[in-house]
Design a protein around this ligand. Structure first.
Ligand SMILES: Cc1cc2nc3c(=O)[nH]c(=O)nc-3n(C[C@H](O)[C@H](O)[C@H](O)COP(=O)(O)O)c2cc1C
Length: 380
């Protein structure tokens, strides 16, 4: 079983992640993790903090020797270059919760006197370490021919047109775009919309997609609710701060169509395939063998330079919400985090089915499953 924990506050010393259950013998590229961390920090619309931090980098603290996993827990560290919590007592307490954040609910739940004690952990800064963990998961999946890509579909209601169908072309387009958007014709209107929102002290949301190629048929399960791959992917995506909705394939559009125009007919040409992939690669909680395609709705960010009304938790007097430096739009960054969390869920489901203590044994088991036709003897 694969599992992870993260720890760390937004302006604390560092973020920490521990991954347990990786097979021994997996080569871990720190450069690849750092490339994903860089992608998460970028994207037009991010605020001043990312410039202060300059560049997140990961340090592997344990579980890897000579560049490869050794079966023991892998721990990762990402330092906060703008560490502020050295002198907590000198920081002014925050007593006005921001609508749209965990501020009020968190202070009530834990009985915290200073809202900073909520926001330091509730902050999406935590997604930096989850991106690093997802990057490790992607490296494991890569050993079995799986590749993932997250990109932006929509910002502030401005939607991409058709994007390249070939994964490499799509990746090139996304990598070249300051918005991780594969349709250059909408980049300028999107950037103008972000600039306008910034000038007005406002924020913008949008939609991102994550595509996972090469996922074998049969990951996840229909036998129990908490083993369904669709449910696990939904949970992972909705755990990204600001993600408020998701769909598989064309789920929302499909809901308005008759079944005959929605379901993906089955073909066989040496392997089972589908004529279309409207389901987004999962049926009955199990992967179909087609690419997994999920989309996620990102709400406009709740910290507003022109703040909304709130109430001081001590005086109960109405006041405007607290403001601190903040991003204007994080849909590009969220698409990188989305790619990471989808990779993690797929790595867990893959290890559940093909996991072994050693990577080489996993590869043997996986290859044997590809070579074996489970339907050779017809039942009478
Ligand atoms: C990469 C990333 C960066 C974020 N940066 C900000 C930010 O600068 N300001 C802000 O108000 N919200 C930001 N958010 C969103 C908030 O963290 C999130 O809306 C808040 O924690 C409440 O959680 P919820 O939206 O999931 O309910 C960011 C989200 C992500 C994924």
């Amino acid at each position: 079983m694969l599992r992870f924990l993260t720890a760390g506050e937004s302006h604390g010393k560092a973020l920490v992640g521990i991954i347990e259950g990786l097979p021994a013998g997996l080569h871990i590229s720190v450069d690849e993790i750092n490339r994903d961390l860089r992608a998460r920090q970028g994207g037009y619309g991010r605020g001043a903090r990312m410039q202060v931090i300059e560049e997140d980098t990961v340090e592997i603290v344990s579980g890897v020797m000579r560049g490869k996993t050794i079966g023991s827990p892998v721990s990762l560290l990402v330092k906060n270059k703008d560490w502020q919590l050295r002198n907590e007592d000198q920081l002014a307490g925050i007593t006005v919760p921001r609508p749209g954040h965990a501020d009020l609910g968190g202070a009530v739940k834990y009985g915290l006197q200073d809202i900073r004690e909520v926001s330091e952990r509730a902050s999406a800064r935590e997604t930096a370490i989850r991106t690093a963990i997802g990057s490790v998961a992607k490296q494991l999946l890569g050993e079995f021919g799986m590749t993932l890509l997250g990109w932006v579909l929509e910002i502030g209601g401005i939607r991409c047109g058709p994007v390249p169908l070939d994964l490499q072309d799509l990746r090139n387009a996304v990598d070249q775009s300051p918005l991780r958007c594969a349709d250059p014709s909408v980049e300028k209107p999107m950037m103008d919309a972000i600039d306008k929102a910034k000038a007005e002290g406002d924020t913008l949301g949008g939609v991102f997609a994550v595509l996972a190629h090469g996922v074998p048929c049969g990951l996840g399960s229909y036998v129990h609710w908490d083993r369904r791959l669709d449910g696990l992917l939904a949970q992972a995506l909705l755990s990204i701060p600001s993600v408020k909705g998701m769909e598989f394939g064309e789920a929302f559009a499909n809901s308005a169509k008759p079944g005959s125009s929605v379901h993906d007919e089955i073909l066989y040409d040496g392997v089972f395939r589908r004529k279309t992939n409207r389901a987004g690669g999962v049926e009955g909680g199990v992967s179909t063998g087609e690419a997994i395609l999920v989309k996620a709705a990102v709400k406009p960010l709740p910290t507003l330079k022109k703040p909304l009304n709130s109430v001081d938790i001590y005086t109960k007097v109405p006041v405007v919400a607290h403001y601190q430096r903040s991003d204007v739009c994080v849909v590009p960054a969220a698409s990188v985090v989305g790619e990471a969390v989808v990779a993690w869920v797929l790595a867990c489901a893959f290890c559940e089915r093909f996991g072994r203590d050693e990577l080489s044994r996993m590869k043997e088991g996986f290859q044997a499953s590809l070579d074996r036709d489970p339907f050779t003897e017809r039942l009478e």
